[in-house]
Design a protein around this ligand. Structure first.
Ligand code: ADP
Ligand code: MG
Length: 347
């Protein structure tokens, strides 16, 4: 058989058009944004009929608002009541809406070697990072020293199966480093239960992605710690959560020094040496807690903490711009611009 040149040309054009169409297949996305937990939450759903997507997004928002109300220790809430009772060091029955958060935090506290410590609510309040407006001056050195000497920790909490108490009156719970992750996990589970298979639940840049965006993976941009734009891009695989802790989220400057909201429980001061930590993991709550713990661990010690917490995909941006990564992260991340220095370290 002899094919004419024209026939081959037409075949090539048709193939090209098909390829073009496949590359550009429009995906119908449903999206809803709302402000909750001090951040902008955005829910994106792909490949789902409109009615189901709308119902799911409404339920998701309702759940977020419920968790915000329940877990905010600085407003009248179940957690605030718990903090009052913990300060009494007496036994009491803990609200079921908060109990799983406390139990899981106790375990994550142990695994992080005490670096993830939601019992530091007193320190957070002393610094003023709990207020809507950022503080303008650091608290007195003695006040920080006194609180650090009382060493409030998750290990001070006791459970008898039904009731709970703190042996240390300085324990004040603040789940600022964990609640967003836990909420993202719960809300995404809700979407899965409603039959949604392709979605992103994004809380201020921290997110869980499931499935795909039509015929391609979800593409996630990771913010640059300082300045504009993004540092790198990740394509998600299946069901993954990506959480970043950064010194740029809440901070103030005083006498030429920068003070941010991630505190080293050992010193009572903002953790030093790191600008941001990004963790990818299947469990959004763990990813959130680990990002905070690795931030406190610092540019030298983070691999040990990563191993102890069971996270394999990590990127740490040091204060000097050095990018530290695990091999599992280096293998998949794509940088917008080559970082000045890259150090690969195994957990
Ligand atoms: P982001 O606000 O960027 O999500 P994190 O997840 O790291 O940051 O959470 C920071 C918040 O967690 C702080 O605002 C404070 O409420 C609380 N926090 C600060 N230091 C610690 C710590 N060492 N362990 C647990 N929680 C902390
Ligand atoms: Mg965190």
């Amino acid at each position: 058989m002899k094919r004419s040149l024209a026939g081959i040309a037409i075949l090539a054009v048709v193939a090209g058009l098909l390829y073009y169409a496949a590359g550009r297949r429009e995906v119908e996305l449903h999206q809803r944004e709302f402000f909750v937990m001090g951040t902008l939450v955005s829910i994106t759903i792909a490949d789902t009929d409109r009615a189901t997507a709308l119902r799911a997004m409404e339920a998701a928002e309702e759940d977020f608002r419920y968790m915000d109300r329940t877990w905010n220790p600085w407003k009248p809430s179940a957690l605030r009541r718990i903090n009052q009772l913990l300060a009494s060091t007496e036994w009491f029955s803990v609200a079921p809406s908060v109990e799983p958060l406390i139990r899981d935090s106790m375990e994550l506290y142990e695994r992080s070697g005490g670096l993830f410590n939601p019992a530091v609510g007193g320190l957070v309040a002393l610094w003023g990072f709990n207020r809507d407006e950022p503080p303008t001056t650091p608290p007195p050195r003695e006040a920080i020293g006194d609180l650090v000497a009382r060493a409030p920790s998750m290990a001070d909490i006791e459970f008898d199966g039904i009731r709970i108490r703190s042996r240390n009156a300085a324990v004040q719970l603040d789940f600022g480093a964990f609640a967003k992750g836990r909420a993202v996990r719960i809300v995404t589970d809700l979407l899965l239960e409603m039959g949604i298979r392709n979605a992103i639940v994004n809380a201020g840049g921290d997110l869980r992605a499931i499935g795909r965006r039509g015929d391609r993976p979800w593409r996630i941009a990771i913010r640059r710690p300082s300045g504009e734009g993004y540092l790198a891009v990740l394509e998600t695989r299946g069901d993954e959560s990506i959480f970043t802790s950064g010194d740029y989220e809440r901070w103030f400057e005083y006498q030429g020094r920068r003070y941010h909201h991630i505190l080293d429980p050992r010193t009572g001061y903002p953790a030093e040496g790191v600008s941001s930590v990004t963790v990818v993991h299947g469990d959004a709550g763990l990813a959130d807690a680990a990002a905070t713990a690795l931030f406190v661990a610092g540019p030298e010690k983070w691999p040990e903490t990563a191993r102890a917490m069971g996270v394999e995909q990590v990127m740490v941006v040091g204060s000097d711009g050095t990018v530290y990564m695990t091999p599992a992260m280096a293998e998949r991340i794509r940088f917008e611009e080559e970082p000045p220095r890259v150090v690969i370290r195994s957990p």
